[in-house]
Design a protein around this ligand. Structure first.
Ligand code: ZN
Length: 243
């Protein structure tokens, strides 16, 4: 604005002429590696010298962290339904910190209002937002935060890491399993996730293909001939090949 009209801004000068920010939403079923991808995006951004804010709620570690099944973990700010995410960013600014981007894990739990606040950060403050969440709940219906992100995000991407049902078909839907049987009614949010079965109550989740979600079939055995059994076999094979 202060430049004479004859001066053309240098192309690619993002610091002085901020490129439009984006709201990007990555979604998938459980076990699809969304927390791993969230941490990877955070890592890639920070390597470019950008400063970010990581948000989560109800992470599997039960602490304010984003943690993944493959062992990666970083501290994060825990939000709840009453959190105004704009204020979290403004507090950082007030403390003299830059916030170039926000990574939100467990975004399926966001309220409509919080998704709208994220969109406002993108549009009014040029903060890039990368949100990661589950697509559907155990009833095969969109989570509220997921639905609002579908409505408002600039880009919506299904995470491409393939999770398999016990039958070998792509796993798309999350089943809630209580006392060994699939249930279809109950609270939307019961965070059992990676808590070992039986340690809190006997609720666990299992990813199924659509056909077996409809039929409520969890596989030939409680654990099924699933990925754990396969990876155990692969480990055994690796040990053999090392010798
Ligand atoms: Zn199946």
């Amino acid at each position: 604005m202060s430049q004479p009209p004859s001066v053309v801004p240098a192309s690619g000068d993002r610091r002085r002429h901020a490129a439009p920010a984006h709201l990007t939403f990555f979604h998938g079923p459980m076990d699809c590696g969304k927390s791993t991808l969230a941490l990877q995006v955070d890592h890639n951004q920070s390597r470019q010298g950008r400063q970010g804010l990581r948000l989560t709620q109800g992470d599997r570690s039960r602490s304010p962290r984003i943690s993944s099944r493959v062992g990666l973990s970083r501290e994060a700010v825990e939000v709840d339904a009453g959190t105004d995410v704009r204020l979290l960013v403004r507090d950082r600014w007030a403390g003299g910190h830059r916030v170039d981007y926000v990574v939100v894990d467990e975004a399926q739990f966001l309220t409509d209002r919080q998704v709208e606040q994220l969109a406002e950060l993108v549009d009014e403050s040029h903060v890039d937002v990368y949100a990661f969440g589950l697509t559907t709940d155990f009833r095969a219906q969109l989570f509220p935060g997921t639905r609002r992100l579908f409505e408002l995000a600039d880009t919506v991407q299904r995470i491409q890491v393939e999770v398999l049902c016990w039958c070998g078909a792509p796993g798309l839907l999350n089943a809630r399993v209580v006392d060994g049987a699939m249930v279809r009614v109950g609270e939307t949010v019961v965070v059992a996730d990676t808590v070992p079965s039986g340690s809190v109550d006997d609720t666990r989740y299992q990813v199924l293909c659509r056909r077996h979600h409809v039929r409520g079939q969890l596989g030939p055995t409680p654990t099924g001939p699933g990925q754990l059994a396969l990876s155990g076999q692969q480990l055994a094979d690796d040990e053999v090949s090392v010798r």
